[in-house]
Design a protein around this ligand. Structure first.
Ligand code: ZN
Length: 340
């Protein structure tokens, strides 16, 4: 990190996050309380709760987590508490990925979105983090199921639902871009913004498909694009934002931070944002993640502010809200200067 930047400064900076999964953001204490309330056995010993042998067992664990949330009150408070925790990190605005397939044991899409929106609305009314939803497909779903979700989104417009996402294990699912192209085209045609997990469990070819077949506005992860110079040039030229999650990549992809391609992406002119992915499962916060990225890239305060502005610009909310987020940042920086 440059001399003018440290974890305290990053903690106070008004931040924006675009790649965080609700299912991976529920504190252990809350999970244990819910498991005991409903008499559910833990999938393993509590000290090994977050040890997974691969993405498959990880995704099954997410199903287990969501199976613990059963009443409207449970759900509303999960959403509210999520926003409250992000507020403690001074996150002004967050786009939260929710994958309805993990919730299907107890929740229809109507009830799920209603409960989450109620919790996020209560939080926003109290001045906590402004949370919006990205509804996500799973790579193993069928094209019909994907279109079903998009049809639901078109019929149920709400300012708190800002986009369509897709996640899941691309390595296990194989090449799925062609299967989902129609659903993404339908979303795009209806003015719904889109993002896709790619270039993490898939190589550069997953990012090419996300651009050419899904024609997304942003990419979640996308770090393996660094293996393909042509792809890097395209991402830079088309100003496609990659929502990078450094620690998550260090757990699943790269054995050491020195091998992570973040600096290469930046040197190639690719736009990146800083995100946590699954903060509770990874034991991180957005502030700790920012500190790690700033240290790896030698960022100054100026770099951190520029990245925050880029993140705001890449958000899927309307232009008025983006302007407010920029003004909030201006106000904070103005106050900081007046204190010098
Ligand atoms: Zn993710």
């Amino acid at each position: 990190m440059a001399a003018d930047i440290d974890e305290d400064w990053l903690a106070n900076l008004p931040k924006v996050e675009l790649h965080i999964h609700l299912e991976g953001s529920i504190p252990t204490a809350m999970l244990l309380t819910l498991a005991s309330k409903y008499g559910e056995d833990l999938p393993g010993p509590v000290e090994k709760l977050y040890e997974f042998d691969g993405l498959k067992s990880f995704l099954e664990f997410l199903d287990w987590i969501c199976g613990l949330i059963r009443s409207n009150d449970d759900l509303e408070s999960i959403a509210y508490e999520f926003a409250r925790r992000l507020s403690e990190q001074r996150v002004s605005y967050a786009e939260v990925i929710v994958n309805p397939t993990h919730w299907s044991r107890h929740w229809t899409l109507d009830r799920l979105s209603e409960g989450l929106i109620a919790g996020f609305e209560r939080a926003a009314d109290e001045g906590l983090t402004d949370c919006r939803l990205l509804l996500s497909l799973l790579r193993t779903q069928s094209s019909d199921a994907a279109e079903g979700l998009v049809d639901w989104m078109i019929a149920n417009r709400n300012p708190r639902i800002v986009g369509l996402s897709i996640d899941g294990n691309e390595q296990a699912a194989g090449r799925t871009g062609p299967r989902f192209a129609h659903a993404f085209a339908k979303a795009r045609g209806a003015g719904i913004a889109t993002t896709a997990h790619a270039g993490e469990s898939s190589g550069p070819e997953g990012v090419w498909d996300a651009l050419d077949l899904l024609r997304v506005n942003r990419i979640d992860h996308g770090v393996r694009a660094a293996e393909d110079p042509k792809l890097l040039a395209r991402l830079a030229r088309e100003e496609i934002v990659l929502n990078v999650c450094l620690t998550s990549n260090l757990v699943l992809l790269y054995p050491s931070i020195e091998l992570h391609p973040l600096r290469k992406l930046l040197e190639s002119g690719v736009r990146v944002t800083v995100n946590t992915d699954d903060p509770e499962l990874l034991g991180i916060t957005l502030t700790s993640e920012w500190a790690k990225v700033a240290s790896l890239c030698g960022w100054s305060r100026e770099d951190a502010v520029a990245t925050t502005r880029r993140t705001i610009d890449a958000a899927f909310c309307d232009e008025v809200r983006k302007r407010e987020l920029h003004l909030e940042l201006d106000y904070y920086l103005g106050l900081e200067n007046s204190e010098k």
